[in-house]
Unconditional design. Structure first.
Length: 110
């Protein structure tokens, strides 16, 4: 993963095309980049982010910001109560319990 101006780039290597290609993750907008070397892909990533920011500015639009780590989830009251009770039984706050549960259920995705 690469970081630039708060944006995160994920890079993969295409064995057949002999090229690195990547995408800025955590956005609805699609920002891609590529390069033949590590230095080229890093430069391309930064140029793509800069181009995106310039494009938004030219159109007078706010660029989409990377994910902040905060989100609202609406759940039925009965489930809310069950989750709250489970958190209390484990000695955790609701936020900590949900964080641990999400981390545990997404461990295989990394």
């Amino acid at each position: 993963m690469m970081q630039y101006k708060g944006y995160t780039g994920k890079v993969e290597f295409d064995d057949e095309a002999d090229i690195f290609h990547g995408e800025v993750i955590g956005l609805r907008d699609v920002i891609t980049f590529q390069g033949k070397t590590v230095d080229e892909v890093k430069e391309s990533f930064q140029e793509s982010v800069d181009d995106y920011l310039a494009f938004c500015a030219k159109r007078g639009e706010e660029p989409e910001k990377p994910l902040t780590g905060k989100f609202v989830v609406r759940i039925p009251p009965d489930l809310h109560r069950k989750v709250y009770v489970a958190a209390k039984k484990s000695g955790s706050s609701l936020n900590s319990w949900i964080l641990q549960t999400l981390e545990h259920s997404t461990e295989h995705l990394s």
